[in-house]
Design a protein around this ligand. Structure first.
Ligand SMILES: [Zn+2]
Length: 582
C-alpha cells in the first residue's frame, strides 16, 4: 500500500501548522508516514570500544566501478560485532535453534515549505538493537535502545522467553530455508553526496527558490515543496553472515495549486521520483529536451527540476481550463510516472507469497495470484516481463543482504505474461518448498521484527522498443497518462482504479490538450493482458515510494518500480466527478 501525500488548500497568509503537518503525511491508515521514532537528545557519545570487536572498515566490498561510500562512523564506532557475539551466544545457551542479531541507526529528515515559508521540519534518529530467535519451532523477538553488551544479552534472553510463552499458541512450526554463509561483508548504496552532509539552510533555500519561482507565475496561487531524506545503517549477524550496510534515499516533491474565482482548484505535482541517490539528484543541470518532452528527466544522476518546474504553471493553467473526460473505453499510453504505482498495487503486493498464502491480509488483503496458479496464470500479455530485484542501482529496495542474511538478487515474477515467481523470505520459502529465499525480509526499525517486504518489482522495457512518441502515434482516440495520485484496489488485488497528475487527450496519433476528472479502472489480468506495446529502454524510469505500508504492527518500507511507457488498448475510463455525484 502506498499512502497518498495530499496537498491541502489553505488561504494565503493563514498559517495552520497542525493541519499542514498532517497534510504532509500520507492518509492511508497512518501506514505511510515516516515513523515517529524516539529522538535522542544527544549524538552518539561515550562508547567504549573493545579492540577485539573492531572491524576493518577499509576492507568493505563494493561495486567495482565506484568507490565505497563511508559508513556512518558514529554507528560503526559501536562494538557491533561484540554485541552480536554476546547476544547470539546467550540465545544459544538458552536453547535457541536459530538466532540473529541486528543493530540499526536510521536518520531521517523532513523539510516542508508552504508558499515559500518553512512549515515542517523534523529530524529523527532511531538507534537500537534486536534479537530474533526460533526456539522449539516458535519465533521470539526482543529489542533495546541502548547498544551495550548488557542490553544485547538481555534482549537475547527476552527473545527466548517470548518464544517459550508464544509456543503455547503456535500452531505451525517455524523453519527457515537454508542460506549460504556469506562471511563478513559490507555494502553501501550508490550516491555521491550524503544529504545529511548538506547544510539545512541550503536545503531550505533550494526549496524556497523553487517555490518563489512558481509563485511568481500568475497561474499559481499556492506551492507546497518538500524534501524527505533518510540514511539507514544496518548491522546483521547470524554467526554465518555478518553484514554492515548503509543506504541513502531522498524524495523531493513540489505541488502547485491554482484556484478559480468560484473556488474550484486544481493541483499539479512534479513527476520527480523518490530515489536511492544522494543530494546530487537535486543539482542544477542544463540539458536539452527530454524524451517525449514530458517523461523522464533523470540523466547523469540528477533530475532536471529547472525544466520540470518551468513548465508546471502552464500545465496547471491548462489543467484548470481542461474539459472533463467523457467516460468510456480508450486506448491509453501510460508514462512510467503513473504506471509504477499500478505495478506496485496490482503486481508487487499480489506476488508476495505471504499474502498469496493468506498469512498477510492487512492493508488490502490477500492475493488472487495463488500458488496453485504458478506457471499457469496468464497475468498479462506475452510482452510482459516483470522481475523482483534487490540489485537495481538507485532502487529504494536495493540492498546487499536482507535482514535474514540473504544475498540480494534479481529473479522473474512474470515471464512472457505468465506468473512464474514470488517474493520470499526464509520462512515463506521453506513453507512452500522453495529452495531458498530471494531476500525479501526487512524490518523498518530495530524495534520491529523483519517481515516479508517488497523487492523493486519492475516491468522490463522492450529491447529496441518504441519511444513514447511512437506509442502515442499508434493511438487514434486515447489518453496519455502521467504522474500518480490516488488509487484503490480490492481485497484480492484484482479490481482497481487509478487517477493521475496529468491526462492528455490523444487524437489521430497526436496530443490534443489536457483532460480532467480522469480515472482508469480494470481488473488486474484484463489490464495487463490489454498491453499491446512496451516502450524501449529510452522510456524506462525507476519510480517508487518511501512509504509502502504492511503488517501489524504497521511497518513502512521504501520500494522502487522501474517501467517503460506502455500502450494499453480499450481500458475503461471513469469521469471521477460524475462518479462522485458532483
Ligand atoms: Zn505497498
Amino acid at each position: 500500500m502506498i499512502g497518498e501525500t495530499t496537498a491541502r488548500l489553505r488561504p494565503k497568509g493563514l498559517p495552520n501548522q497542525a493541519s499542514r503537518r498532517r497534510s504532509l503525511r500520507p492518509t492511508a491508515g497512518g501506514a505511510g508516514r515516516l515513523r515517529q521514532v524516539r529522538r535522542r537528545a544527544t549524538a552518539v557519545t561515550g562508547m567504549r570500544l573493545r579492540a577485539a570487536s573492531r572491524i576493518d572498515w577499509r576492507a568493505v566490498t563494493h561495486s567495482a566501478d565506484r568507490p565505497a561510500n563511508p559508513i556512518d562512523a558514529e554507528f560503526t564506532a559501536y562494538p557491533l560485532r561484540a554485541l552480536a557475539d554476546a547476544a547470539l551466544q546467550r540465545a544459544t545457551e538458552l536453547g535457541a535453534e536459530h538466532a540473529d542479531f541486528r543493530a540499526e541507526r536510521i536518520r531521517g529528515q523532513q523539510i516542508g515549505l508552504s508558499d515559500g515559508s518553512l512549515e515542517t521540519l523534523y529530524d529523527t534518529d532511531d538507534l537500537g538493537l534486536a534479537v530474533r530467535v526460533v526456539v522449539d519451532g516458535t519465533w521470539g523477538f526482543a529489542s533495546a535502545v541502548d547498544l551495550t553488551t548488557q542490553a544485547a544479552v538481555r534482549a537475547a534472553a527476552d527473545a527466548v522467553a517470548v518464544a517459550r510463552v508464544a509456543a503455547a499458541i503456535n500452531t505451525e512450526r517455524i523453519d527457515l530455508a537454508p542460506e549460504a554463509a556469506h562471511g563478513e561483508v559490507s555494502w553501501t548504496s550508490a550516491y555521491e553526496v550524503d544529504p545529511f552532509s548538506v547544510g539545512l539552510a541550503d536545503k531550505i533555500a533550494l526549496l524556497a527558490g523553487w517555490s518563489s519561482g512558481l509563485l511568481a507565475h500568475d497561474a499559481v496561487d499556492h506551492v507546497d515543496a518538500s524534501l524527505l531524506q533518510v540514511r539507514e545503517c544496518k548491522f546483521y549477524s547470524d554467526g554465518a553472515t555478518t553484514a554492515t550496510q548503509q543506504r541513502v534515499r531522498l524524495h523531493p516533491s513540489v505541488t502547485a495549486v491554482a484556484v478559480e474565482a468560484g473556488g474550484r482548484f486544481e493541483t499539479m505535482r512534479t513527476l520527480a521520483p523518490p530515489v536511492g541517490r544522494g543530494y546530487e539528484f537535486l543539482a542544477e543541470t542544463v540539458r536539452g529536451a527530454s524524451e517525449g518532452g514530458m517523461g523522464s528527466r533523470a540523466e547523469g544522476g540528477s533530475w532536471d527540476f529547472a525544466a520540470e518546474l518551468g513548465e508546471l504553471p502552464e500545465l496547471l493553467a491548462a489543467k484548470l481550463a481542461a474539459p472533463a473526460v467523457r467516460a468510456g473505453r480508450y486506448d491509453l499510453v501510460i508514462d512510467p510516472s503513473n504506471l509504477w504505482l499500478t505495478i506496485h498495487e496490482s503486481i508487487g503486493h499480489a506476488t508476495e507469497l505471504d499474502r498469496a498464502l493468506g498469512y498477510e491480509a492487512a492493508y488490502a488483503g490477500t492475493s488472487f495470484a495463488t500458488p496453485d496458479q504458478l506457471g499457469r496464470l496468464q497475468y498479462g500479455s506475452p510482452l510482459m516481463h516483470v522481475t523482483g530485484d534487490r540489485t537495481a542501482e538507485h532502487g529504494l529496495a536495493t540492498i546487499g543482504y536482507d535482514d535474514e542474511g540473504v544475498a540480494a538478487q534479481c529473479w522473474d515474477l512474470i515471464t512472457n505474461g505468465v506468473l512464474t515467481g514470488y517474493q520470499l523470505d526464509r520462512r515463506m520459502a521453506q513453507t512452500r518448498g522453495f529452495a531458498a529465499s530471494n531476500g525479501c525480509a526487512f524490518a523498518d526499525s530495530p524495534g520491529h521484527m523483519p517481515i516479508q517486504r517488497m523487492a523493486n518489482v519492475s516491468l522490463q522495457p522492450a529491447s529496441g522498443g518504441p519511444s513514447t512518441a511512437d506509442l502515442i502515434a499508434g493511438v487514434e482516440d486515447g489518453i496519455y497518462v502521467l504522474g500518480d495520485k490516488s488509487w484503490s484496489i480490492d481485497m484480492q488485488r484484482y479490481n482497481f482504479q487509478f487517477t493521475g497528475q496529468r491526462f492528455f487527450a490523444i487524437s489521430g496519433g497526436r496530443l490534443a490538450g489536457q483532460l480532467r476528472d480522469v480515472a482508469y479502472q480494470a481488473t488486474t489480468t484484463d489490464f495487463w493482458n490489454s498491453m499491446e506495446a512496451v516502450g524501449g529502454p529510452q522510456t524506462y524510469v525507476l519510480g517508487g515510494a518511501f512509504n509502502c505500508g504492511k503488517g501489524q504492527p504497521s511497518q513502512v518500507a521504501p520500494v522502487s518500480h522501474g517501467c517503460p511507457a506502455v500502450l494499453m488498448r480499450g481500458i475503461r475510463i471513469l469521469n471521477t466527478a460524475d462518479e462522485a455525484g458532483e
